[in-house]
Design a protein around this ligand. Structure first.
Ligand code: HEC
Length: 142
């Protein structure tokens, strides 16, 4: 009986410890940014290349891709390509990082213009925009 009780207590300790570490991980901006990019804003739909089966090429994750669809009505400003967003700012350019934070927060680029369609005009909170950029910065750019 005592042995069983000891096992139950050990299991409980293990369970609560792992819950604590998951919570701590969610406060990590890179983890939050990955969640926003992959599960909410779906940046990969446009910015990640695909293989011949139409599956994401994870080796070149977010490294830029042709836009695979067209508008029903002609849109003169339509962009045919989504640029690479992997590794943004990892060459030490804080200016580039700040410009992307601003774009995701306000919908305007460094020239004060929205990016061309179909790039959505996001209105993320400042901390979410910073988290997305932290995640993009953590990625390989080639
Ligand atoms: C529906 C397609 C689509 C989605 C989804 C999308 N983008 Fe884009 N993005 C584009 C296209 C197309 C461009 C090129 C626009 C241009 O040339 O002006 C672009 C441009 C950009 C640029 C460069 C902007 C500039 O003016 O230099 C950044 C940075 C960017 N996207 C980040 C993101 C991030 C981060 C996400 C997810 C939070 C995202 N995009 C989601 C299509 C998309």
């Amino acid at each position: 009986m005592l042995k069983l009780l000891a096992t139950v207590i050990t299991l409980f300790t293990v369970a609560t410890t792992s819950v604590t570490s998951v919570t701590a991980q969610n406060n990590n901006p890179i983890v939050r940014g990955q969640y926003l990019v992959e599960q909410v804003a779906m940046c990969a739909d446009c910015h990640s290349p695909r293989n011949e089966q139409g599956e994401f090429d994870r080796v070149h994750w977010l490294q830029g891709a042709p836009i695979g669809f067209k508008p029903i009505f002609p849109m003169p400003a339509w962009a045919e390509m989504a640029p690479s967003i992997a590794g943004i700012g990892n060459e030490g350019s804080t200016q580039e990082e700040e410009a992307v934070v601003k774009l995701l927060e306000t919908g305007l680029n460094s020239q004060g213009m929205p990016a061309r369609p179909p790039m959505p005009t996001y209105r993320l909170s400042h901390s979410d925009a910073v988290a997305v950029v932290a995640y993009l910065k953590s990625l390989n750019s080639n």
